[in-house]
Design a binder for this molecule. Structure first.
Ligand code: PMT
Length: 231
């Protein structure tokens, strides 16, 4: 099959985890390695797109030809995403963004006390980056692709996220499967997209390397983007 051409398109991709500071030396985070998002960036640049990668802290090299912007917290990722999304054709949210941050970050390192055996952290909700991008005005809104990391009822939860967050497409992955998902070199996905019909379009992509999966996902994005321009 001919490789779709993405020349002239600007793609913004978020990848990796976020870090939410507790104090100057501690943070809350997750196991995202950035591999899936970086593989997508590579796939897009290979097809001639201009790629801007907003990356949480990961230990991966920047793929050649990709412009990378490093961020730490969800709030920083949100600000960078908003700034870059407005000038892009496609926004892909592959990052594992912390839903909550620590409400009051301690100015100094928290001390263990002799008097208490417990410590309570109060969390505050972070902005939902992808939902905010999807809600941008039509004139500046890119084609928005989210991910859904689920441990059960993959399709039902992903379908709910597609509609609730106002996305054009969602890449759902079952992160409870051994050897797939967070940190792994392989992944499998269920793609769901909005169609004119009531029921969303769907395509299953079996387990494979994150590189080949990223190519297949990117092909599907280009197909849907073309279809959305034709309607
Ligand atoms: O990085 P790897 O080790 O390669 O692993 C890849 C992955 C498993 C992290 C990736 O494939 C994946 O599933 N990424 C999304 C992880 C996630 O946070 O999913 P979610 O179901 O909680 O979020 C749904 C969507 O909302 C995602 O597009 C997410 O980027 C976005 N989101 C979530 C919270 C938030 N505050 N803002 C967001 O934009």
């Amino acid at each position: 099959r001919a490789t779709a051409d993405a020349r002239g398109l600007t793609i913004v991709i978020t990848a990796g985890p976020t870090r939410e500071a507790i104090d100057p030396v501690r943070y809350l985070s997750n196991h995202s390695s950035g591999k899936m998002g970086y593989a997508l960036a590579e796939a897009a640049v290979r097809r001639g797109a201009t790629v801007k990668l907003i990356s949480g802290p990961v230990s991966l090299d920047t793929p050649p030809g990709v412009e990378r912007l490093d961020v730490e917290s969800a709030q920083e990722m949100f600000e960078a995403s908003r700034r870059l999304a407005e000038q892009s054709d496609v926004f892909i949210g592959c990052a594992a963004v912390a839903d909550y941050r620590v409400e009051h970050v301690a100015e100094h390192k928290l001390k263990k006390t002799a008097e208490r055996d417990d410590l309570t952290l109060k969390l505050a909700k972070n902005p939902d980056i992808i939902a905010e991008i999807a809600a941008l005005d039509r004139r500046i809104r890119p084609f928005v692709v989210g991910f859904a990391a689920e441990t059960r009822d993959l399709e039902a939860y992903a379908r709910d996220k597609l509609l609730r967050k106002g996305l054009d497409m969602i890449v759902a992955n079952d992160v409870s499967q051994e050897g797939l998902g967070f940190g792994a070199d392989h992944n499998a996905a269920l793609l769901l997209w909005r169609d004119d019909d009531r029921s969303p379009g769907r395509r299953e992509l079996p387990a494979q390397t994150k590189q080949t999966l990223a190519s297949a996902v990117f092909e599907a994005i280009l197909e849907r983007l073309t279809a959305s321009h034709e309607t």
